[in-house]
Design a protein around this ligand. Sequence first.
Ligand code: ADP
Ligand code: MG
Length: 305
Amino acid sequence: MKLLIALGGNAILRKGDKGSVDDQWKNINNAVEIIAKSIESEDNMVITHGNGPQVGYLLEMMHSMNSERALTIDIADAMTQGWIGYMLQQSFSNYLKDRKTISVLTRTLVLDNDKEFSNPTKYVGSYFTRDQAERLSKEFGWVFKEDPRGGYRRVVPSPMPVDILEIDIIKKLLDEKYVVIAAGGGGIPVIKRKDSYIPVEAVIDKDLASSLLATKIKADKFIILTDVKGVAINYGKKDEIWLEKVSVSELHDLYKKGMFPEGSMGPKVLASIKFVESTNGIAIIGDLDDARNVIKGLSGTVIVP
Ligand code: ADP
Ligand code: MG
């Protein structure tokens, strides 16, 4: 079985954590241990991960220390692939001793006319008050929006991923039975002009990039592990209904009705739809803490052709 497992923010930081390195190791080791126990020895596996809080943290840190020397968002994206990729690689080597793990710095192609470049929507980094946001906006030219979760946060473009540039090496490593960590944080965004690649300052949605990568490696299952037990209709309301097994066409109809919010469940649902429609594989969205059952399709929302 070929699997692509996308890890959400809770694999690195949990609600209430201070975010210390100890917290991060604890969460990563916990996630990797669950995954290591859940897969079969013959499974081939790519792991992807998000980077929203981490990329925001790096950018804030660099700007507060010396804004003239602050690195650009694409480089911060690459730094988070190194940071989180290293932690996962380290952890997998302890929990899956009979397998080799490698993280691949991955670039993702986006289109330079993507509408996100003029209307950014992706929240990164900390929550600020309105006054703080206004000050940072003046100082660094950052764009802020009110986050529905409370407070003001910086927003950056999140263009649609169209290609994974390191796909050939990812496939080769998979054939060699490596556990491959790739497309971290959605990949480092680049555009193509004539025959050159040019980096752009953006953060690609990790679920949409994971969907593209899962399609390209022809995964049998695309598994999104997050901090809820699956996809709900009327989430958080009295008449909330959790979806167990759902056909891709049924989910597509619900998606088109705007049932799932952007920035959280929306991209996961869209990523799953795209994968199932283009491969006839299965996508599952479920709780990281129940990964063993989610990977088997016994828990979570299972999206079928
Ligand atoms: P991750 O970091 O794993 O990518 P997100 O925070 O982006 O996770 O998305 C998961 C969150 O989506 C859940 O914690 C939940 O609060 C929220 N959510 C919004 N709408 C829904 C829905 N319809 N069904 C389930 N969860 C939803
Ligand atoms: Mg999250």
